[in-house]
Design a protein around this ligand. Sequence first.
Ligand code: PRP
Ligand code: URA
Length: 209
Amino acid sequence: MNKVIEINHPLIQHKLTIMRDKNTGTKDFRELLTEISMLMAYEVTRNLPLEEVEIETPLVKTKANIISGKKLGIVPILRAGLGMVDGFVTLIPNAKVGHVGLYRDPETLKPVEYYLKLPKDTPEREIIIVDPMLATGGSSVAAIDVLKREGAKNIKLVNLVASPEGISEVHKYHPDVDIYVASVDEKLNEHGYILPGLGDAGDRLYGTK
Ligand code: PRP
Ligand code: URA
């Protein structure tokens, strides 16, 4: 069964509260999502393997650790997932970035795939899928389906806000994928929106409706 890792650092909780507020505008929403993503990236990469190398400080020769050639791929689910990319690549500048385009049909709530561009060596990379919202779980499950179809074996899912229903859905179809979240909220409403949530992440991020 996959783990759910709730990253509830005080800075993340504080920033997420401001994001949830309906009076927070696009500029602040976007900046806060980047800041929280950076803080989440710190935690998501906590177990990256290290290797010892020899270096010379201005004073002596010494051995010290560096991250050992682990290849990472950040894959945002378009469109709202794009808002998490800058935070991740600021901390992991050598990561490649793929894109999976999915939108949720407003009638059926089912995800529709419309774009895919992944790093060539996706099967060799540890893939980190990012999307602020895990609601019904349809989009995240579909994105993981796509990544596995393209050969990815080692996948993590990072969401800002998740519903219990969405987590169950990922558990059901992809029990091997660990989920990192800043908050597990109460439930979904009848339109598939997370309560209390923060509304439509893509629209708030880009100022659309
Ligand atoms: C939002 C969000 C997720 C999806 C979550 O995207 O960014 O991708 O909904 O819902 P689910 O768990 O029920 O699938 P949306 O479809 O609104 O597209 P957008 O990012 O282009 O706004
Ligand atoms: N997508 C969003 O952007 N927000 C929700 O609450 C659910 C799906």
